[in-house]
Design a protein around this ligand. Structure first.
Ligand SMILES: [Zn+2]
Length: 376
């Protein structure tokens, strides 16, 4: 039967699979698929672009109850530029911890969910609802995997709820902010630096835009758990050389949104600023594009699924977090979504990311009891 050694081995192999955006997720999908196969659980790998992949597994039941979906992501961010004490993809075990990129975000959660599912499936328990597992590609970059899964969901049975095993340090999360990354580019006309009156300075246009943006009140109302929307101009580039009037200037704006703040409305407001500036100066020229967006998420905290989820774990409150997940994609399936998993969110994307092995073990127990309480 399953033991700690096997689970640690699975987690280490997943870290060593090095599923950055350059490498793709296929290697991790194959590891998870082999693990399920070892315990007699059938899974399917959906792969595209040579190395991208989702893996989907299903433990069938008598079907009298709605199913549970465990929705993970098996891609990771790169190791970054800061030095690591441990090799980022070495999966070194030391002091009760396993070190490596993705250990916390979120291969620890994957190892725990897979282990819990395999244990239940091999325990002889008669399930009344199916367990469905997906590890989706690209949560850190383009959410391609989650979109693909949701876009091809005709086969899914009715879902009681979705559990996302992202690192929450065992808090039950029902809401997070959304993310809207915009690039605004002003366009001008280049001229010799000694005769600026013959050109249109794109940096000066940007200055006018940024002055207006400063006055834009994005945080009209506040959310009880998530506070307000926030906005920060985090990149700027423009101009090529000191003696040429620049014809282009770009800024990157990082906007975090609360439920109810519509991304298209924000883009329309930005375009409204352009129009105002154009009225003031007909030479003003600018455009805005969406670099990336993730919707905010909010699950009704008083719905049956969330109430049962909390009571099964002996907890009485749910919380919100600042980071984003694929949750909004899975919420579009129409089932309530909770985010709950092992590992400290503060370790995500950092050098020497690690997970406490005891936390992964606790998550296995928690997921097993959740499965048994909802489905048996
Ligand atoms: Zn994550």
């Amino acid at each position: 039967m399953y033991n700690l050694g096997i689970m640690k081995e699975l987690l280490k192999k997943l870290i060593q699979a090095q599923t950055t955006s350059e490498m793709g997720e296929l290697a991790a999908a194959e590891i998870i698929s082999a693990e399920f196969a070892r315990w007699g659980i059938k899974s399917d790998i959906d792969s595209w672009e040579s190395n991208r992949a989702n893996i989907i597994a299903r433990v069938k039941s008598s079907g009298q109850r709605a199913a549970l979906l465990f929705a993970c992501h098996h891609d990771v961010v790169g190791p970054g530029d800061a030095p690591w004490q441990y090799p980022p993809f070495g999966a070194v075990e030391s002091d009760g911890k396993i070190y490596g990129r993705g250990s916390t975000d979120m291969k620890g959660g994957i190892a725990a969910a897979v282990t819990a599912i395999c244990r239940i499936a091999n325990s002889g328990t008669k399930l009344q609802g199916d367990i469905i597992f997906v590890a989706a590609a690209g949560e850190e970059t383009d959410s391609a995997g989650a979109e693909r899964f949701v876009g091809n969901c005709g086969w899914l049975p009715e879902l009681a709820g979705v559990i996302i095993p992202e690192p929450t340090d065992f808090s039950i999360i029902t809401a997070h902010r959304g993310m809207l990354w915009l690039e605004v580019t002003t366009k001008g006309k280049s001229a010799h630096g000694s005769t600026p009156q013959l050109g249109v300075n794109a940096i000066t246009s940007m200055q006018h835009f940024l002055n207006e943006l400063e006055k834009y009140d994005i945080s009209a109302k506040s959310h009880e758990l998530l506070g307000r929307c926030s906005m920060s101009v985090n990149t700027i580039s423009g101009g090529k050389t000191l003696n040429v009037v620049p014809d282009k200037c770009s800024v990157g704006i990082d906007i975090r949104t609360i439920p109810g703040a519509n991304h298209q409305d924000i883009v329309a407001d930005i375009k409204g600023i352009f129009e105002k500036l154009k009225l003031e100066d007909s030479q003003f020229e600018a455009e805005v594009s969406i670099v990336r967006q993730v919707q905010s998420m909010e699950t009704e905290r008083n719905c049956d699924f969330v109430r049962d989820f909390c009571s099964f774990l002996g907890m009485d409150k749910t919380q919100a977090v600042g980071f984003t997940t694929d949750g909004p994609h899975f919420a579009s399936l129409g089932a309530p979504v909770v985010i709950f998993g092992p590992g400290k969110p503060s370790l995500c994307h950092k050098p020497d990311e690690y997970i406490e092995i005891s936390d992964v073990e606790k998550a296995v127990k928690d997921y097993q009891s959740i499965i048994l309480k909802f489905l048996s």
